[in-house]
Write a protein that binds this ligand. Structure first.
Ligand code: GLU
Length: 552
């Protein structure tokens, strides 16, 4: 028997299937021409990171807009870094954003399993065939031997690593290899690289274009001593047999591309296309740095879900990072579904994309302003149930009332943009609920200190008898101005500025007194609507309560 065959059998005695069997089991996908097969391949090492959401959003869109397939594979071969349960959590979080893979590691699919640790039999078949044809070999070098070799390479000023003449296990005699395997010596399996570090190869990345890189000459480890594959090798096997057409992944994988292309070539498999997506950066003082899982709470997508940012605002923001022409498109199509926009590789940002929280807020405000009162009420309730039960209970106690609060200046040409996220709502409208209003009244009120108690009481007393809430907004305001004039306030700000000494203040100051009495604060949503929704009886109760407080 051929010595390589003997070694392959000694390592994988029970593997009987061949590459052909795998090709039959995972045939090319039957898809329309131009359809992309893309994937998101998280490692179960923690929460869904902003960069991963961005990568999966892009990958998903590329597949969907070409009638292709988007799948999700769990890359769990680094058992030391694994945090139990995080794989499922990541899928759930993606679902929150409406990103639903066609095939995934929970629901399965025809090209599964989609969990790498369950794919060992597949990797074993491939590695066995690579050993048989000389593309891979077992390496018995210990950590100490590898350290010692690295020091030697440093002293000689040659490239570090396992390559060429330093790849000592390349040349072990078959008898020695068999003997050491029988002896139970630990080993890894390495790829036999045909490359040379003085060669340059042309690389094409769909985002970055074509450029030169150094050819790989490293005999990288493809199977670790625990029998599991390394990322480089698992990616080769999985993306080949899952029939991925486009590998869209973070740019941190760019330097590994020469290894991956070489692996595909040695196997005689068609290379997928590669697109290395920009990393998400943030400003830290004056410096720009990568958004860090460890240092930045906003790196976790859950941070935004908890705060109640609307997913469509967040996705929209990520689309602005994804394609430089997205914002122009949005201006032309202000209410169109975000996914009518077609993502393209050549419009992707090349440098790391800068995360801009203010922009997330402003886009979210725009998106929330477009919802009807019913829509925003329903969504605020769903959010509150998960994150702010006290608020949820209030909404549920009287959904109509809450919806009325939410209807203030909603709809029409220029809807108000009060809320960037669902957690902004309650602090803005809580005073509308009598029990919260009463709590505010226990604290000192933010009166204009230049006005005497008598003026405050006079103002409130002038309004309390008839708050004229059956009038239209403009009629109401005219009446308010007349009332202001009768109490020594100027109905016109301009007039007041000309002759400040003649007045206690202007119409704005006058209205502010009533606003503070009714809400406990200086700012509220449109005051006319606030008063109308509260109703005459409650408005009177509040003003009378305030007068009593002022009278001590
Ligand atoms: N599991 C790798 C990671 O989490 C995925 C890289 C890829 O998409 O190929 O970084």
């Amino acid at each position: 028997m051929d010595p390589k065959q003997k070694i392959a059998n000694a390592i994988f005695p029970s593997v009987t299937q061949s590459l052909d069997d795998l090709e039959h089991r995972y045939p090319p996908r039957n898809l329309p021409k131009g359809a992309m097969v893309t994937r998101f391949a998280p490692s179960p090492t923690g929460f869904l990171h902003m960069g991963s959401l961005f990568a999966s959003l892009c990958s998903w869109r590329y597949a969907k807009q070409t009638d292709g397939v988007f799948f999700c594979r769990l890359e769990d071969t680094d058992t030391k870094r694994e945090i139990a349960g995080t794989g499922d959590q990541v899928l759930r979080e993606l679902k929150n954003f409406g990103i639903i893979p066609d095939e995934n590691f929970i629901d399965g699919g025809a090209y599964g399993p989609y969990v790498q640790s369950e794919r060992k039999p597949i990797y074993d078949i491939v590695i066995k065939s690579m050993i048989e044809n000389g593309a891979a070999y077992p390496c018995f070098c210990t950590h100490e031997e590898l350290d010692e070799m690295r020091q030697r390479q440093e002293a000689l000023k040659v490239n570090p690593g396992y390559w060429g003449e330093y790849a000592t296990c390349r040349n072990l005699s078959p008898d020695m290899v068999l003997h050491r395997i029988e002896n139970g010596d630990p080993y890894v399996i390495r790829f036999r690289s045909p490359g040379q570090s003085h060669n340059k190869i042309m690389i094409t990345d769909l985002i970055r274009g074509s450029f030169e890189m150094t050819e790989n000459d490293q005999d990288i480890v493809i199977m670790k001593s625990d029998g599991l594959p390394t990322y480089h090798f698992a990616h080769l096997v999985d993306d080949h047999f899952m029939r991925t057409t486009h590998v869209t992944r973070g740019e941190e994988w760019m330097p590994s591309l020469p290894i991956h292309l070489q692996l595909f070539d040695v196997m005689g498999w068609k290379r997928p296309e590669y697109a290395h997506l920009p990393v998400i950066m943030k400003m830290d003082g004056d410096t720009r740095r990568k958004l860090s899982k460890r240092k930045d709470p906003e790196a976790a997508v859950s941070y935004f879900l908890e705060a109640g940012y609307p997913v469509e605002g967040f996705l929209e923001y990520l689309m602005t990072i994804a394609n430089t022409n997205f914002e122009g498109w949005r201006l032309q199509n202000p209410t169109a579904d975000i996914f009518e926009f077609r993502l393209s590789f050549d419009k992707m940002t090349l440098d790391g994309a800068l995360f801009d929280l203010e922009k997330v807020k402003s886009i979210s405000k725009d998106r929330l302003a477009l919802l009807s009162a019913e829509e925003i009420s329903g969504r605020a309730l769903t959010w509150a149930k998960a994150y702010q039960p006290e608020f949820a209970a209030l909404i549920e106690a009287d959904p109509k009332k809450f919806s009325a609060f939410m209807s203030i200046e909603r709809g029409g040409e220029k809807p108000r943009k009060d809320y960037a996220k669902f957690s902004d709502i309650f602090p803005i409208i809580d005073f509308m609920y009598p029990e919260y209003y009463d709590r505010y009244m226990c604290d000192p009120l933010p009166w204009n200190e230049t006005l005497s108690k008598e003026i405050l009481i006079g103002t409130l007393a002038s309004y309390v008898t008839d708050p004229f809430l059956d009038l239209s907004e403009s009629e109401w305001f005219e009446r308010l101005k007349a009332l202001a004039a009768s109490q020594g306030f100027s109905p016109s700000v301009k007039e007041y500025k000309k002759n400040k000494e003649a007045f206690h203040g202007h119409i704005g100051d006058f209205a502010e007194i009533i606003r503070i009495a009714v809400s406990g604060r200086k700012n509220t949503p449109n005051f006319y609507y606030v008063l109308r929704i509260l109703g005459v009886t409650e408005v009177r109760r509040r003003i009378q309560k305030t007068i009593a407080l002022l009278q001590g």
